[in-house]
Design a protein around this ligand. Structure first.
Ligand code: PRX
Length: 710
């Protein structure tokens, strides 16, 4: 099976997908209000017909469409060209200058909204005085971003530099990102769950010389040792000859002085600074620097099918235009209407970049950030039972709630009575993101959170399909316009010319599996893989092309089908990356971590369907007999645990294998490729039957039977 073969579509629709092909769930809650009434040059879409008309226009006349849409941004210099497309390179809004921080913060202050709420933050711990909540107005956010920007400048950060950010979900994280944007530096945010090796790898790839972090973060009552991980990364980077110049540290945990005073040089000469001594108190006199439309706004690393993560490059104007529009349309954002938008994703992922920060603030709607876990602590001091999210929605009167199917399936497991205890009547739109949502989870969300019935009513659900690379939603229902079907992400976003095609670029007929492709450039698309042109082309633009003209199309690496109504149903990745609890993980990353353990000769990692996580990680490992002998070890349960823990230490807890299985050899084709499909079958099928932890797998017979068919 080649890497791009689409998954087969079952001939008879299974209960998990096709049976919902004809279930249309009506999706109207509050009528959209016309732009004029909002005092904002925005609009919402009120019907499926209007959507179809606008979508057709947006793909037939993209220049006209985006020229109009870009008016929702504030420009220092107007752009002269909408789009230049020299496949695979697109340039958007050339000639223009603007600033992302200005568009998210300063322009709202300038327009007289300085006292409006921009950010609502809630910490995880609940103390004797109750919840730790911070509200920042646009004026306060501007002040903080400007001070932090001054401090970064004083540390020598310049336009075009890459600043690495490795932080918990605290307000300073948003401030740090905005501060970078303010001075035209790009940020590279690394999810706080990654381990030190992952940090050093990304810092070195981005040639970043400054890291912003915290002395720790709270997660399910535990302290995450962020600073310790950064220290380790900095030390190992020095060994590799990569000097990190400065580390800026927010005091979140407050456990003493963490062994340094501001300005102090530590290992290898890296200077450490406390945020409260520098970024919090520097001069607020630091205006937003005009940057070119195509200047890099951020780098965000994502997993690929090799062991090395890819630094996805997003630039300023196109990304902002796309996230602002998609946020507004998908979530029906309306400024000054009492809305509170809550996306539960960590800012370390693209969902947090686009829909905790940029897309939401650009629309002048308050964004809520929550630091911790959904089941910690209980609201009344009892052990956590999973009510924290519902409690947050009720207390902060959240209007749009955006979360992942894994979370929804976890809530289902925790019981219907938990959300039922809370007043969720403020909710208007419910979002899902990150992985396919199975119809059962969709229906639970619709019924228990959305207050809907079997044929509709309740709040609309928007199942948003997109990727780190797409910048924002590329397939999603629009509330008030698109009737939904449980399990389908429905129809393309405006400006997205989507199709399900085969390897030859032929559009697949309804209900035939194919590859999800985008046939025209869009403003939010990635502009490159940092420092790796070859990977940019081969991963995204070298696989599919227009059969008539030969023009490359964007290859998503997702399998999909359309149904008879043209609705899109995503069917999962067709490459060697898996989604575990909504997090993208390269199987090679886990394999590399495994083989870095001295006991391991070879490893192969596959995803196994999992009822809550979507996929679980199953690792097949062959051991080095000599190592076992020398160290007096056996292929036993203890070694399996040690290997799983080793992966968590090397990559991060999110990569910890759920199952480790020992094999004498891995099944390979005659040309030496590991037969992953066979391993997937074995992992999925035998999983439940054998718990015999010491049995070695013998794949030799099957491997011989199968030829080079992988
Ligand atoms: O496989 C698709 C899945 O998540 C992948 C992108 O992951 P990442 O770059 O980490 O971005 C996640 C947040 C957008 C896709 O290739 N995916 C994302 N959303 C959906 C989805 N699969 C099905 N339905 C979705 N709504």
């Amino acid at each position: 099976m080649s890497a791009t073969t689409p998954p087969p579509v079952p001939a008879t629709p299974s209960a998990d997908s096709g049976s919902y092909d004809s279930t249309l769930i009506e999706n109207r809650v509050f009528p959209p209000r016309p732009a004029k009434e909002l005092g904002f040059s925005a609009w919402h879409i009120g019907s499926l017909d209007e959507y179809r008309r606008l979508h057709a226009r947006s793909v037939s006349d993209p220049d006209g469409f985006w020229r109009e849409e870009a008016k929702n941004l504030d420009w220092f210099t107007p752009f002269t060209t909408v789009c230049t497309w020299n496949p695979p390179d697109a340039r958007w809004f050339d000639g223009g200058t603007l600033n992302a921080c200005y568009n998210c913060v300063d322009r709202h202050v300038a327009a007289g909204h300085g006292n409006a709420t921009a950010l609502i933050w809630e910490g995880e711990p609940v103390g004797p005085k109750g919840h730790e909540v911070m509200r920042l107005t646009y004026g306060e956010l501007q002040n903080r971003a400007a001070r932090a920007a001054s401090a970064l400048k004083a540390m020598g950060v310049k336009k075009g530099d890459v600043v690495t950010i490795y932080m918990p979900m605290i307000p300073e994280l948003a401030v740090a990102m905005l501060a970078c944007a303010r001075i035209g530096a790009a940020h590279s945010v690394i999810f706080g769950g990654f381990a030190s090796t992952a940090i050093s790898e990304r810092v070195s790839d981005a040639d970043s010389r400054i890291i912003i972090t915290a002395d720790g973060g709270y997660r399910r009552g535990e302290v995450v040792p962020l600073l310790k991980n950064v220290d380790e990364a900095v030390a190992s980077l020095h060994e590799q000859g990569h000097a990190v110049r400065d580390v800026l540290v927010v005091r979140r945990i407050g456990a003493g002085d963490a062994g340094f005073a501001t300005g102090q040089a530590r290992a290898g000469g890296t200077r450490y600074h406390w945020w409260h001594d520098t970024a919090a108190v520097a001069s607020p006199d630091c205006p937003c620097a005009p940057v070119q439309s195509e200047d890099m706004l951020f780098l965000l690393y994502t997993s690929g099918s090799t062991g090395k993560p890819k630094g996805i490059v997003h630039t300023t104007a196109g990304y902002l235009a796309f996230t602002q529009m998609s946020a507004r349309l998908t979530f029906n954002l309306i400024p000054d209407a009492g809305q509170v938008f809550w996306c539960t994703a960590d800012i370390g992922w693209v969902t947090g970049h686009s829909y905790v920060l940029y897309g939401i603030l650009a629309n002048r709607v308050p964004t809520l950030m929550y630091e911790g876990a959904p089941n910690y602590p209980a609201i009344d001091g009892r052990p956590g039972q999973g009510e924290r999210f519902w409690d947050i929605i009720a207390r902060h009167k959240v209007t749009q709630f955006y979360t992942a199917p894994t979370a929804i399936r976890t809530f289902m497991k925790w019981g219907d009575d938990l959300p039922a205890r809370f007043d969720l009547s403020s909710l208007r739109v419910l979002g899902s993101v990150g992985e396919p949502i199975n119809p059962e989870a969709w229906m639970w969300y619709h019924t228990h959170i959305g207050g809907g019935g079997p044929t509709g009513g309740g709040r609309p659900i928007v199942d948003t399909y997109w990727q780190t690379e797409t910048g924002g939603h590329v397939v999603t229902p629009l509330p008030g316009a698109t009737p939904t079907k449980p399990g389908s992400c429905t129809l393309p976003m405006l400006g997205i010319d989507a199709a399900v095609v085969n390897e030859q670029g032929e559009v697949m007929p309804p209900n035939k599996g194919g590859l999800f492709a985008i046939r025209k450039p869009w403003p939010g698309m990635l502009r490159g893989v940092f420092g790796n042109r070859e990977r940019f082309i081969s991963n995204y633009w070298g696989r599919l092309k227009d059969p008539a003209t030969g023009t490359p199309w964007y290859f998503s690496a997702d399998g999909a089908r359309t149904d008879a109504d043209g609705y899109i149903w995503m069917m999962g990745r067709v490459d060697d990356v898996i989604k575990v609890s909504g997090h993208l993980l390269g199987t090679m990353e886990v394999e590399s971590a495994l083989v870095s353990h001295p006991a391991v000769a070879e490893a192969a990692v596959v995803g196994v369907p999992h009822a809550v996580k979507g996929n679980a990680i199953c690792a097949f490992v062959t051991l080095k007999p000599a190592w076992l002998k020398t160290n007096g070890r056996a292929a036993d349960e203890a070694l399996k645990k040690e290997l799983a823990a080793h992966v968590a230490k090397e990559v991060g807890a999110l990569a910890r294998p759920d199952t480790v299985r020992f094999a004498e050899g891995l099944p390979k084709t005659r040309s030496g490729k590991i037969m992953r499909r066979l391993l997937r079958d074995v992992a999925a099928g035998v999983e439940k039957i054998t718990q015999d932890t010491t049995t070695l797998e013998d794949f030799s017979v099957v491997a011989k039977l199968r030829g080079d068919d992988e």
